[in-house]
Design a protein around this ligand. Structure first.
Ligand code: AMP
Length: 197
C-alpha cells in the first residue's frame, strides 16, 4: 500500500461535497484541495487568475482546463509532506482527471478511491436555492445559473465517474439523508484504506 492516500470527492453542485470534506479532513488528516474555494480565494484577492476565472464562474460555466490544472499543480507541488489529498470539485472533466493522474504519477502516488455522492436533480435544485440565502455566492443566486451548473455537470463532469470506474476506484454513496449518516457510510469505505478499522 502506498503511504499517501488520495481521495476524489465527486458529485454534482449541492451534493454535499464541502460538508463531507470537513469531516473527512478531520478524521484522516488530509490536505484539502477544493478548486472552487481556491478560485474564490483568487477572486477575493483580485489576482489575474481570479479575474479570468470569474468570467466563467459568474455564468455557472466550467473554468478552462488549463487554468484549473495549473492551479492544482501549483498547490500539489507546494505541499510536499502530507498524508494525502482530498480533491473536492476536481477533476470536473476527463481531461482534468488524466492530468491529475499524470501529476500524481510524477510524485509516485495515485488516486486511492473516488467517492461519489449521489443526489437526484430536484433535490439539488432545492438545496442550492436554500444555500443561496446564506452562501453569498453569486452563482447560487439565480435559477439560470443553477441550471447551467447542473447541465455542465451532466455533460462534462459525469464522464469522470466512468473514468475512475474503469480503474475500479469508484464507490457510490447515497447523498440524501442526515449529514452524520452519510459520513458514517463514507467512513465505512475509507477506514479500511486508512487502516483505521
Ligand atoms: P464549486 O465551489 O466547486 O461549486 O465551484 C464553483 C465554480 O468554480 C464552478 O461553477 C466553476 O465555474 C469553477 N470551478 C471549480 N472547480 C472547477 C473545475 N475543477 N473545473 C472547472 N471549473 C471549476
Amino acid at each position: 500500500m502506498q503511504k499517501q492516500l488520495n481521495i476524489v470527492l465527486f458529485g454534482p453542485p449541492g451534493a454535499g461535497k464541502g460538508t463531507q470534506s470537513e469531516g473527512i479532513i478531520n478524521r484522516y488528516h488530509l490536505t484539502h484541495i477544493s478548486t472552487g474555494d481556491l478560485f474564490r480565494k483568487h477572486l477575493g484577492e483580485g489576482t489575474a487568475l481570479g479575474q479570468e476565472a470569474q468570467k466563467y464562474m459568474d455564468h455557472g460555466k466550467l473554468v478552462p482546463d488549463k487554468i484549473v490544472i495549473g492551479m492544482v499543480e501549483e498547490k500539489i507541488s507546494t505541499t510536499p509532506d502530507t498524508n494525502g489529498f482530498i480533491f473536492d470539485g476536481f477533476p470536473r472533466t476527463v481531461h482534468q482527471a488524466k492530468a491529475l493522474d499524470q501529476l500524481l504519477e510524477s510524485i509516485k502516488v495515485s488516486i486511492t478511491v473516488m467517492i461519489s455522492l449521489e443526489v437526484p436533480e430536484e433535490e439539488l435544485k432545492t438545496r442550492l436555492r436554500l444555500r443561496a440565502k446564506t452562501s453569498g455566492r453569486t452563482d447560487d443566486q439565480d435559477d439560470g445559473k443553477i441550471l447551467t451548473r447542473i447541465n455542465e455537470y451532466r455533460e462534462k463532469t459525469l464522464p469522470v465517474a466512468s473514468y475512475y470506474d474503469q480503474q475500479d476506484k469508484l464507490v457510490g454513496i447515497n447523498g440524501v439523508g442526515s449529514i452524520d449518516k452519510i459520513f458514517d457510510m463514507v467512513c465505512e469505505v475509507l477506514d479500511p484504506k486508512f487502516e483505521l478499522t
